[in-house]
Structures are given as structure tokens and as C-alpha cells.
Design a protein around this ligand. Structure first.
Ligand SMILES: [Zn+2]
Ligand SMILES: [Zn+2]
Length: 243
């Protein structure tokens, strides 16, 4: 403990978001090493949410319940995200995903873990499965950001991460700039499960960095369901909320 305090005094921890020094008292709290100021600018999602898809309701009152869309057509999977994709969180995710900042995986995953631990433990997954990248994109980026995030969830839940079974079968254009309908079409048939027997009967935690319209997660869930998994809980660090 003393050594830790000395190290913190000599090399104070820096906020991953604003690069400002985190006061030692705050730094003593567990990672993710995001200062109180930046944390204060992150809009964490909170109840009332849809119990199924995790969509936030416009009102701040009341308890969680099914949203209209899930009432009409209840999805196979449940989904939760930690916070809205804006402000310092959007910046962090952008640097993590497009700026080669792989070291941001743990702080971002931890941020989500701290908000969603109850949901993740209740989901009780047997394994963690990251949303895969196409080979070409993986070569360009050098890493799959979802896989790096999923590592922490696997460690915390003490379950293995299964990589390579859920696959991208074909190249898809980036979803950015497409509307909800086009996003569904764009990823239709893009995923497949290589070895369905290995996943059959398993409870799967599906991990991605960002939820926008849910079309990518939905396409993954479709093929996991065909592989006869028992259940899918999906988690993302951030959720884009249409304004
Ligand atoms: Zn900061
Ligand atoms: Zn819903």
C-alpha cells in the first residue's frame, strides 16, 4: 500500500480522457482512471430502461418495463449498455477503435463492468463471444476492439472467451451513415457460426463496443440462435441515442 502511494506521488495517475492528473485520493479507487470531472460528463444509462433491449425511456420516473418494440416482437436476447455515446466517452471509444489505443480496452470495459455487473452476473453466461471483425478489417486495424473488451468480462465472470466460432462471412461497408433499415440489410447474412455444436445449449455473453440501432448485434444473435444457444445477453460500452 505504502509503495503504491509513493508511486502515485511520483507518477500520479493521469485521466485517460483529459490527460489531467487524478488526485491521489481519487486514484486510490480502482481503475478505470477517468477523473471525476470527465466521469461527471458521461451520461450513464439508468432506469427506467426496457427490460429486454435496454432502450432508455424518455421519462426519468418509473421502473424498468418492456418498450413498445419489444412488446410487439420480443427479441431472443437481452441487451444493456453502460452510457450514452457522447462527450468524453465518445472520444475515448474513437481513440480506442480508430486510433490504435489498445490500452483503453480495460478502462472502457471496467467502466461498463462497474455499471452493469448486476446484469452481467444475472445473465450467468457460460462463455463470452465478441462481435467479430472481417479478416480484412482485422488486418487493417490490427486488433478486434470487441475482443479486447470481452477479455475483461471473461476474467471477471471467470468464463472463457470463444473467438473464431462466430465469424464474419462477408465484407460489409461501415454502418456509419446508414439508416436503421439499410443497416439491417447491410449485415444480413454477414455472420455465421463455424462450429454450432460447440455453442449449442450455452448461455452466451455477446460483446461489442457500441450499440447504434442494434442491427449488428441482431444479426449475430440470429446465427447464435440457429446454433441453438440457450440464451444471449449482449453488452456494449456505449449506446448511440438518436436525438
Ligand atoms: Zn479527465
Ligand atoms: Zn425493448
Amino acid at each position: 500500500m505504502l509503495l503504491r502511494s509513493l508511486i502515485d506521488l511520483m507518477f500520479p495517475p493521469l485521466c485517460h480522457a483529459c490527460k489531467g492528473v487524478i488526485p491521489v485520493a481519487d486514484g486510490a479507487s480502482p481503475q478505470p482512471l477517468i477523473c471525476a470531472d470527465c466521469l461527471g460528463q458521461i451520461s450513464f444509462l439508468q432506469s427506467p430502461l426496457c427490460t429486454r433491449c435496454g432502450a432508455p425511456f424518455a421519462t426519468e420516473h418509473g421502473s424498468d418495463h418492456l418498450c413498445g418494440a419489444c412488446l410487439c416482437h420480443q427479441p431472443f436476447h437481452t441487451c444493456r449498455s453502460a452510457a450514452v455515446l457522447e462527450g468524453p466517452l465518445q472520444d475515448l471509444i474513437h481513440r480506442f477503435k480508430y486510433g490504435g489505443k489498445m490500452h483503453l480496452a480495460d478502462p472502457l470495459a471496467l467502466l461498463a463492468w462497474q455499471r452493469l455487473e448486476g446484469f452481467l452476473r444475472e445473465a450467468g453466461p457460460d462463455c463470452v463471444v465478441p462481435v467479430p471483425l472481417h479478416r480484412k478489417r482485422l488486418r487493417q486495424r490490427g486488433y478486434n476492439q470487441s475482443q479486447l473488451l470481452a477479455e475483461l468480462f471473461g476474467r471477471k465472470l471467470k468464463v472463457p472467451q470463444v473467438v473464431g466460432n462466430l465469424r464474419r462471412l462477408r465484407w460489409t461497408e461501415p454502418q456509419t451513415g446508414l439508416d436503421a433499415g439499410d443497416r439491417v440489410t447491410n449485415v444480413k447474412g454477414a455472420f455465421g457460426v463455424g462450429d454450432p455444436e460447440a455453442l449449442a445449449g450455452k448461455r452466451v455473453l455477446l460483446v461489442d463496443d457500441v450499440f447504434t440501432t442494434g442491427s449488428t448485434l441482431g444479426a449475430c444473435v440470429d446465427v447464435l440462435r440457429e446454433a441453438e444457444v440457450a440464451a444471449v445477453a449482449a453488452v456494449t460500452v456505449a449506446r448511440g441515442i438518436p436525438h
